[in-house]
Ligand binder design. Structure first.
Ligand code: APR
Length: 262
């Protein structure tokens, strides 16, 4: 069963013209980072942290200094979480996707993850749909820069234009930057295979991307899920099939036949 699905996914990818990959927090649990809604997820186990996450964008708009104190706080659940993200290393799943891109089989990774592990594994064309803990963005002019600890001497950090800098992370209720949304929609429009890895597919607008692909391409797009559990995309018949299990084990098994010579 699983063996057949692995070969089916390998063939679908091999025969694709423009395959893209969509990823979520399930990609990084085998790097020691927690996901959000899995059995040991951040939100599953700490509802207060989830509530605070929903209020974070409002906090930034209301009191940028308090926002930064929370973001940098070592003791605060989220401050510590962000620091863990920066220390994590890619796992076999990230490297498998980087290998597929290097072989020209996949064209792009659109990730919800802010941990920067896809670029760290060598993936080049990565759209960080929810931003990155390694970047800052100006709330006024939109310019981006790298996250430097010493820029945090004075809080809140200011942009050269005088605007307030925030983490280039999209918080709940914060709009996806237009440049990011435009690139993602362009990739979804072009794709004929969409591999969806490690997401519960419940947070919009990201969760709408596979539905948009199905709506605009009908059966012209093959949508494959790799996840520990079925998702609404599985249950609503948006995905063609689900490889249920651990990404760090399954993705390398898909890559092997794809990259095999001959
Ligand atoms: N292999 C396969 N699947 C896994 C693995 C693994 N090693 N580990 C976890 N999963 C699955 C979980 O079972 C779950 O279905 O990955 C999925 C992760 O779902 P979420 O925790 O909801 O993460 P995600 O979908 O990325 O969340 C979306 O919500 O809180 C916001 O901004 C945050 O980007 C995040 C967004």
């Amino acid at each position: 069963m699983m063996g057949d699905l692995i070969l089916r996914a390998a063939n679908d990818l091999k025969n694709s013209q423009h395959a893209i990959v969509l990823t979520g927090a399930g990609m990084s649990t085998e790097s020691g980072l927690r996901d959000f809604r899995g059995p040991k997820g951040l939100w599953t186990t700490n509802k207060e942290a989830e509530t605070k996450a929903y209020e974070r964008y409002d906090l930034f708009l209301r009191d940028p200094r308090a926002y930064w104190e929370e973001m940098l706080g070592k003791e605060d659940a989220h401050g510590a979480f962000y620091n863990d993200l920066r220390k994590a290393e890619p796992n076999a799943g990230h490297y498998a996707l980087a290998n597929l891109e290097e072989a020209g089989v996949i064209k792009c990774v659109i990730t919800q993850n802010i941990d920067g592990l896809h670029p760290k594994a060598g993936s080049k064309n990565v759209i960080e749909f929810h931003g990155s803990v390694n970047k800052l963005r100006c709330a006024s002019c939109g310019s981006r820069s790298g996250f430097e600890e010493d820029a945090m001497e004075t809080l809140p950090p200011l942009c050269h234009c005088g605007g307030f800098l925030k983490l280039d992370v999209v918080h709940f209720k914060e709009p996806i930057p237009l440049d990011v949304m435009g690139k993602a929609e362009d990739e979804v429009e072009k794709c004929d295979v969409m591999l969806i890895c490690g997401t519960s597919a419940v947070v919009y607008p990201f969760a709408g991307l596979p539905r948009a692909a199905r709506m605009s391409h009908g059966s012209g797009t093959v949508i494959i899920e790799v996840n520990a559990e079925p998702t609404p995309l599985t249950n609503d018949g948006i995905s063609d099939y689900l490889l249920q299990g651990k990404l760090g084990e399954i993705l390398p098994k898909i890559v092997e036949p794809v990259l095999k010579r001959g």
